[in-house]
Structures are given as C-alpha cells and as structure tokens.
Design a protein around this ligand. Structure first.
Ligand code: GTP
Ligand code: MG
Length: 201
C-alpha cells in the first residue's frame, strides 16, 4: 500500500470521543511497553507521530491515526504490566473492551504485538481467543527482534509459535524490529492482503 497521508485524528477516552468517520480499523493489541506505538510510527514512517516511552503505560486513550483518509490504525493502551498505576489498569477493561465490542464490525484486522524474546502471557492468549471467536484476522507481530542474533531469532520464532499453541498458520509470528525496520515489509504485505479484501486503499 502506498501511504499518501497519515495523521493523528483523535484520542478517545470515552465512546462519545471516537471519530465520527467510521472507516475500517487495524487495531494494535499487546502488553504495555511492548512497542505498539513505536510500531505504528515505523509502519507509516513518521517518528514521533504516536507517543512512545520506555516506561509502561504511555498510551492511556484510544488513539486513531487516519491513513490515506480512508482507514485507521488504532493504538490502544497496553495490558498487564504490574508497574502501571492501578487506576490506569482498572480503566483498561471498560475502555478497550468497550471499544472492541462497539467497533467489532469495522475492525478489519488486529496486530497482536508481542516481544520477540518472550513467551506470550495469558492476556495475549485471551486476546487471541477473543479475535478468533469473532473471526477477526490477526497477525502476531513480534517486535524488538533486533535484540536477538539471527540464529536466536529463528529459535524465538518457533518458540513463540508454540507458545501460541501453533493451532493455525495465523500464529506464525512476523519477526520485526521497529528500530531497523526488518519485517516491516512482510507485515505490510499481510495488512495489505486483508485491507484489499475489504476494498480499502
Ligand atoms: P503502552 O503505550 O504503555 O501500551 O506501550 P507501547 O506498547 O505503545 O510501547 P512503546 O511503543 O511506547 O515502546 C516501549 C519501548 O520499547 C520504547 O522505549 C521503544 O523505543 C522500545 N521499542 C519498541 N519497539 C522496539 C523495537 O522493535 N526494538 C527495540 N530495540 N526497541 C523497541
Ligand atoms: Mg503506546
């Protein structure tokens, strides 16, 4: 896909703040601090568009980035990090689950973002189950793979796939580095395939 424009459209903490434009959404799900916001910046080649941090809990609202004026990357607050303040953790459920339920019909796909070096946590598996139950296409995007050597990377990919139960080919992770952009082309290919099936450009 050729990106002709990408801009921050809206931060929504409440349903009434969600954008009026009801285009298809590609949502980024994953643990806090795993690298969701950084991945959006890399995908659209715009450092600093989505705010990132070395501290977990950076993204606290549902952030909509409108691409080519026609669809959204949706950056969500991450889940499951003990160091995130309790109030932020409590807000996650109603905010994110509420959005996912409301937006179900326009979620074109999900990027399930995990750390290439780690096994999926329970919340990752629950998220994957939620997606499967609703037949929402997803890709396991394993970021921070630049922290692994080439041989470790292959091993880590297999371990991750097994961690997800290797139930379908969908769980074969795309090994990504948002730092050096490896795997980004492959990830775009998968996003393109799904979006073009929905007629989105
Ligand atoms: P929340 O908003 O708290 O849910 O976190 P997030 O998932 O949006 O994480 P964010 O993008 O803010 O990144 C967290 C940290 O990981 C930052 O310090 C990033 O620079 C770093 N990071 C993200 N992706 C990569 C990657 O592919 N490689 C390396 N080396 N660091 C990364
Ligand atoms: Mg974030």
């Amino acid at each position: 896909m050729k990106i002709t424009s990408c801009r921050f459209e809206q931060a929504a903490g409440r349903p009434q703040d969600e954008p009026r434009f009801r285009g298809p959404c590609v949502v980024l799900l994953g643990r806090s601090n795993v690298g969701k916001s950084t991945l959006i910046n890399r995908l659209v080649n715009a450092t600093g568009l989505a705010r990132t941090s070395s501290q977990p809990g950076r993204t606290q609202t549902i952030n909509f980035y409108r691409v080519n004026e026609s669809w959204f990357f949706v950056d969500l607050p991450g889940y499951g990090y003990a160091k995130v303040p309790v109030a932020v953790r409590r807000a996650w459920g109603p905010m994110v689950e509420g959005f996912l339920d409301r937006a179900r019909d326009r979620i074109a796909m999900a990027l399930l973002v995990v750390d290439a070096r780690r096994q999926p946590v329970d919340s990752d598996l629950q998220m994957r189950e939620w997606l499967q139950a609703r037949r929402i296409p997803y890709v396991v995007a394993a970021v921070k793979s630049d922290k692994l050597s080439a041989s470790e990377r292959a091993r880590a990919a297999r371990a991750l796939e097994q961690g997800f139960g290797a139930s379908t080919g969908a769980d074969r992770p795309v090994m990504i580095s948002s730092r050096d952009a490896s795997g980004i082309r492959e990830l775009w290919k998968q996003v393109d395939t799904v979006l073009s099936a929905t007629g989105t450009r």
